[in-house]
Design a protein around this ligand. Structure first.
Ligand code: ADP
Length: 172
């Protein structure tokens, strides 16, 4: 299968250096990557950024990368892929613990849309422990997230936490 366009879906709340690692590996293989920010299964209480904020943050991070487009989607990912002419989906695999869910999703997506293929990529071993939810927790507790996210994301996280702290202070 010759690939010119692929989709990298996820929650990206927030985008981490682990996501960036997978994205850049993907860009070596395909001409164009659509980062697809999922509108479903997100916005839980522990969420950090809105969908719109995530999209614009990721756009800012890849502003100089012509091969990257960022979009949000709701509904079935395979429908989104079909609408954008993408047959390849890229997913990152950090550990065996990711495997079961990812494998199940891949087979479900194939059953919904047989033309879709999933490419699993392993990040650099330095990023295998990293997840958005851990980064959110560390950030909320005042930990330094410099090593885990880009400077743009870090600045937005700090702005969000200080806004939340100010709002909390005002309501106390
Ligand atoms: P989802 O809610 O779909 O898992 P995430 O934003 O958490 O969304 O992750 C999107 C994709 O990036 C998934 O394939 C996930 O396995 C992968 N990913 C997340 N963090 C890392 C990491 N540190 N290294 C490699 N892949 C990662």
């Amino acid at each position: 299968m010759k690939v010119d366009i692929a989709v990298y879906p996820g929650s990206f709340d927030p985008l981490t250096v682990g996501h960036d690692d997978i994205l850049r590996r993907g860009l070596r293989l395909v001409d164009h990557l659509i980062v697809a920010v999922a509108e479903t299964a997100t916005q839980s209480k522990s969420g950090l950024f809105t969908i719109e904020e995530r999209v614009s943050l990721i756009e800012e991070v890849y502003a100089d990368e012509p091969g990257v487009t960022v979009m949000s989607f709701s509904g079935l990912l395979v429908d989104f892929m079909r609408a954008h002419g993408a047959r390849l989906m890229i997913r990152g695999l950090r550990a065996v613990s990711d495997f079961e869910y990812e494998f199940q999703m891949a087979l479900m997506n194939r059953s919904l849309s047989p033309e879709v293929e999933v490419l699993f990529m392993a990040p650099d071993s330095r990023h295998t422990f990293l997840s958005s939810s851990l980064v959110r927790q560390v950030g909320r507790l005042g930990g330094d997230v410099t090593k885990f996210v880009s400077p743009i994301v870090k600045a937005s996280m700090e702005a969000r936490f200080s806004r939340d702290a100010a709002a909390k202070g005002a309501s106390d």
